[in-house]
Design a protein around this ligand. Structure first.
Ligand SMILES: Nc1ncnc2c1ncn2[C@@H]1O[C@H](COP(=O)(O)OP(=O)(O)OP(=O)(O)O)[C@@H](O)[C@H]1O
Ligand SMILES: [Mg+2]
Length: 444
């Protein structure tokens, strides 16, 4: 650096006493000060560059944060936001700054909730609290929010830092996952059920086949026995007229008169038992598709109306059935077998609603995607969860002995399967059971 030395006489008035040496020292000092100044400037520039760099770093971190970030003052006014929030709210940062943070919430209820939570827990911080915010497109979006207090070096509360993560997407994904899981579980349940019914069908077909012959000849023989018994009775009546004391004594000893009196009752009992067994075997055969059918066009409207009429005729007066079917519901199959299915469903509803003050059954019929869907909804007690999976098993009944064989639904299940349809049971949300009978519509 070059310095100009002023002439000694122009620096101080009356500059005598200050020699040239003094001037040189002054100049040297000035040089040192100038050098120091230069170094300070360089250091300052370096610090400035470092500051600028760290500022850019923070800016880039904030800009690439996917979570929203809001810095508020003590009164809840926004001081700074990151680009995620601008994007979320559909506004520029300048339009958001200095506005109340509570304006971001979806409605007055959410605002009141947020005010309360922030006021109560603001000092300790709020963690993962869910609020609804208003998105830029006007939609309300659930956001999981965290809030931490911002304090000065002296410990004074300066405001708060709020971060949040929109959870709508996450929740939708979770719901989709849950739905897929439920569907999978239901399908697995249906598969298991179908498998169980197939093996039951095979087992029952085997039992029915094995019982069919013995019961036929028991019934045939017992009917012959009844005819023989009548002949024997006539013969013994005639033998009584023979005046032979030994024969009379033997007759008394063997209590032949009592045997003759009991025999018709015993034989009738045997016939009744054998007939009941034959009916059960027939029912088992129907469940397991041993009997074959020749398909015909069946009007489901007629089947339902006939079944309802027959059951209602023999039911108590308070059983009210409402039928609401679209016209011309036609499917292909056996009208007798389908009638048996519908009658059992109506009869079951009648039995289930027996203790209701107003027993009601509503039968609706609609065509849905080429399928005739009949729904039987009653106002009975519904079906307990434990029983829902067992309803279609042969001999499953909750009715007292002698009042139900537990074959109704299992036979119906078999019949409906053979018609290419589906029979299912569920409980109604408002109470009562609903059976759904779905059959493919006949192509004309
Ligand atoms: N609408 C219904 N509400 C409540 N439970 C029902 C209903 N329908 C059927 N159930 C239950 O399902 C069981 C089985 O019915 P299913 O028709 O197979 O046999 P059942 O009616 O007991 O006897 P069956 O029909 O042979 O006379 C019934 O005992 C009952 O517990
Ligand atoms: Mg029944």
């Amino acid at each position: 650096m070059s310095t100009t030395v002023p002439p000694a006489d122009s620096v101080l008035a009356g500059g005598e006493g200050i020699g040239e040496q003094a001037w040189i020292e002054v100049i040297q000092k000035m040089d040192e000060v100038y050098n120091d100044l230069l170094q300070y400037e360089v250091a300052l520039e370096q610090k400035n560059a470092a500051l600028e760099e760290s500022h850019q770093f923070i800016e880039s971190v904030l800009a690439s944060m996917s979570d929203i970030l809001i810095v508020c003052d003590r009164n809840g006014n926004i001081e700074e936001v990151n680009s995620s929030l601008c994007h979320f709210a559909g506004k520029e940062a300048s339009a958001l700054e200095h506005t109340p943070v509570f304006n971001l919430f979806a409605d007055d209820i959410e605002r009141a909730k947020a005010r309360e939570v922030f006021a109560r827990f603001g000092r300790e911080g709020v963690h993962d609290c869910e609020f609804y915010l208003r998105g830029g497109d006007g939609s309300t979006v659930p956001v999981s929010m965290n809030c931490t207090p911002r304090v000065s070096q002296t410990g004074k509360l300066m405001g708060m830092v709020v971060t949040g993560r929109p959870v709508g997407e996450l929740r939708r994904a979770y719901q989709a996952l849950r739905q897929a899981h439920d569907d999978l579980k239901r399908t697995q349940g249906q598969l298991l059920h179908a498998e169980k019914m197939v093996s039951l069908g095979r087992l029952v077909a085997g039992v029915a086949h094995e019982l069919n012959n013995p019961i036929s000849f028991v019934l045939g023989n017992v009917l012959s026995l009844k005819r023989y018994a009548q002949r024997l009775e006539t013969y013994l009546g005639a033998a009584q007229a023979i005046d032979d004391p030994a024969l009379q004594a033997l007759r008394g000893e063997l209590r032949i008169d009592r045997v003759i009196a009991d025999m018709p009752l015993l034989i009738d009992g045997m016939i009744e038992g054998a007939e009941r067994t034959r009916d059960i075997v027939d029912a088992l055969k129907r469940f397991s598709a041993v009997d074959k059918m020749t398909p015909e066009q069946v009007s489901l409207n007629e089947v339902v109306e006939r079944s309802v009429r027959w059951v209602v005729q023999s039911a108590s007066a308070k059983f009210a059935v409402e039928v609401d079917l679209v016209p011309d519901m036609v499917c292909s199959g056996s009208s007798g077998q389908l009638q048996q299915v519908v009658m059992n469903l109506v009869q079951n509803a009648c039995d289930a609603t027996l203790s209701q003050p107003e027993a009601r059954l509503r039968v609706t019929g609609r065509i849905e995607d080429g399928t005739a869907v009949l729904r039987f909804a009653d106002n009975g007690p519904g079906i307990s969860e434990d029983y829902l999976s067992r309803l279609f098993e042969p001999f499953f009944t909750t009715k007292p002995v002698g009042q139900g064989t537990g074959l109704g639904l299992s036979i119906s299940y078999g019949i409906v399967e053979r018609h290419g349809g589906k029979l299912s049971a569920a409980n109604l949300p408002a109470g009562g059971a609903e059976f759904t009978l779905a059959l493919p519509v006949a192509s004309h």
